[in-house]
Write a protein that binds this ligand. Structure first.
Ligand SMILES: Cc1cc2nc3c(=O)[nH]c(=O)nc-3n(C[C@H](O)[C@H](O)[C@H](O)COP(=O)(O)O)c2cc1C
Length: 156
């Protein structure tokens, strides 16, 4: 099975989980880059507003083509109970190119389910597996117990 891990990360949490997944299974990995400036409080407010409204952004061109993979494992931080704007954009631009998908999400404490539902709605495909990890679990290094079953179930 050919797998691709794709993620966006503003402050490193989702990147860390994406990289951990990629250490567990044979796969390619690629980060999504947003071209918009999202720094500071203005960047935060703008990002939450855009995410909540389902707005799109311009992402840097991706190297990996999802059509070449049996499964694409897509990771996003939760922004205002929605996927990050760059992930909404990636899903929208590639929605017809996925076979199977799995989603992983990092978040502070709320909005995990709504984020997964939104991702599913954008591409019109149910994920074979989902995982939500709180920022605290990453900080306390207690997230491995979630990553192990997530990658095991994807492999089956
Ligand atoms: C613009 C913005 C909106 C956010 N909205 C939520 C939210 O609705 N619920 C939540 O639990 N966390 C929210 N967070 C926290 C992030 O989801 C959390 O810190 C995540 O792990 C960050 O991932 P990253 O380090 O990969 O960017 C928000 C963060 C940002 C920057």
């Amino acid at each position: 099975m050919k797998a691709l891990v794709v993620y966006y990360s503003k402050s490193g949490n989702t990147r860390e989980i994406g990289q951990n997944i990629a250490r567990e299974i044979p796969c390619d990995i690629e980060e999504i880059y947003d071209t918009q400036n999202r720094s500071g409080i203005i960047g935060y407010i703008k990002s939450a507003y855009q995410a909540n409204r389902g707005k799109l952004t311009t992402i840097k061109p991706m190297e990996k083509d999802p059509t070449n993979y049996d499964i694409v494992i897509i990771g996003t931080p939760v922004w205002a109970s929605r996927p990050a704007v760059a992930v909404t954009t990636y899903l929208t631009e590639n929605k017809d190119k996925f076979k199977d998908v799995a989603f992983f999400v990092t978040y502070g404490g709320s909005g995990f389910k709504k984020t997964i539902q939104t991702m599913e709605t954008i591409i019109g495909t149910k994920p074979v597996q989902t995982m939500g990890i709180r920022a605290k679990e990453i900080e306390n290094k207690t997230c491995d117990c979630k990553i192990d079953p997530f990658v095991r179930d994807i492999g089956n």
